[in-house]
Design a protein around this ligand. Structure first.
Ligand code: IPM
Ligand code: MG
Length: 374
């Protein structure tokens, strides 16, 4: 009979991917190391390839082994995928296939993309500071359905020689219901306001989406205020008056676009983490954490990338996968502190601030953790 462990051992799977993915993942690994030394956070991490890196190593961007190992972990961390050297590969070999498959395999349908404007960065946004200061909104993007995965999908050659390409936007009522329910539940923990964005004026999926939102509101979530907004108007309102929103729920494609837009409100897309969660199976909550920025091939390998989005993804993991709210808040606070102290990577650099690279930014965050933890 073995002794009871003093704390849980968390199984973490890391798949850094391409471009700046490996650098920002290194930063996150260092932060995890700090937590294991200082906060009783025991983890056992394994690493594997995805995207272009996996294509180079194994001939496929979505290796079965990566998928199996990811599914066996308590939490999965992904860096970024993609790069110009793989642009001309056939569709099923492109790096993005790896990302889409891992989301689908994990069943991670609820993609939480918070857009928070740190006070120290309110002048870094391209919008006026009064529009973005204090901004704290959450975009809940459906992640495993819609036009990303709908069939038929493909390109055919027509008898007259021209090509015809088709993507299919498709949602079942259960897919819509589970994402809107998740968004209502998250709104309940915040300011109890949910905006549901679709195009019910032109799309059948939009009509069904609105119907289900109304039904859930009436039957389960009357304490949350529900508004419907057309996705194009939502895009406009996000730059006109973003603070009118609390939680926005939307489909896969609109969520992709609106979350990039929301990211820019916060100063830089290099700041924003994301969590993608699946339906809880007993003790197990499928979860994938990734910065929302891409692989940024132009700055890859140069120690220029902002590691904050990736580091804050670990804060989301502490909060959602391991229910360690205080530890998550500590990390959020450490990031806020270094920003207040004037440390900036190139993407958020402002006059008079202290410009640092990926690894120095990570070191300052670790030092802030040391100071804040005592
Ligand atoms: C994102 C990205 C991905 C997406 C790409 C890289 C496939 O833009 O996570 O937002 O479109 O979902
Ligand atoms: Mg995107």
């Amino acid at each position: 009979m073995g002794a009871e462990p003093f704390f849980d051992m968390h199984k973490i799977y890391m798949t850094p991917g391409d471009g700046i993915g490996p650098e920002v993942m290194d930063a996150t690994r260092r932060v995890m190391g700090w937590y294991s030394q200082n906060r009783n956070f025991a983890f056992d991490s394994q690493e594997g390839p995805i995207g272009g890196a996996a294509y180079e190593a194994t001939g496929t961007p979505d290796p079965d082994q990566t998928m199996a190992d990811a599914k066996a972990a308590d939490a999965v961390f992904l860096g970024a995928v993609g790069g110009p050297q793989w642009d001309s590969l056939p569709y099923d070999k492109k790096p993005e296939r790896g990302l889409l498959r891992i989301r689908k395999e994990l069943g991670a349908f609820a993609n939480l993309r918070p857009a928070i404007c740190f006070d120290a960065l309110k002048d870094a946004s391209s919008l006026k500071p009064e529009i973005v200061s204090g901004l704290d909104i959450l975009i809940v993007r459906e992640l495993t359905g819609g036009v990303y995965f709908g069939e038929p999908k493909g390109t055919t050659v027509l008898p007259d020689g021209q090509k015809r390409a088709v993507d299919t936007q498709v949602y079942t009522s259960s897919e819509i219901e589970r994402i809107i329910r998740a968004a209502f539940e998250l709104a309940r923990l915040r300011n109890k306001r949910l905006a549901s964005a679709e195009k019910s004026n032109v799309m059948m999926t939009g009509i069904l989406w609105r119907e289900i939102a109304n039904h859930l509101h009436k039957t389960e979530f009357q304490d949350v205020e529900l508004t419907h907004i057309l996705a194009d108007n939502c895009a406009m309102q996000l730059v006109r008056n973003p603070k009118q929103f609390d939680v926005i729920v939307t489909d896969n494609l609109f969520g992709d676009v609106l979350s990039d837009e929301a990211a820019q409100l916060t100063g830089s897309i290099g700041m924003l983490p994301s969590a993608s969660l699946g339906a809880r199976k007993g003790e197990y909550l499928p979860a994938l954490y990734e910065p929302i920025h891409g692989s940024a091939p132009d700055i890859a390998g140069k120690d220029l990338a902002n590691p904050i989005a990736s580091i804050l993804s670990f804060a989301m993991c502490l909060r959602y996968s391991f229910e360690r709210r205080e530890d998550a808040a500590l990390l959020d606070k450490a990031v806020e502190t270094v920003l207040q102290e004037g440390y900036r990577t190139g993407d958020i650099m402002q006059p008079g601030m202290n410009k640092v690279g990926t690894s120095a930014m990570t070191s300052t965050i670790l030092k802030a953790l040391d100071r804040l933890a005592v």
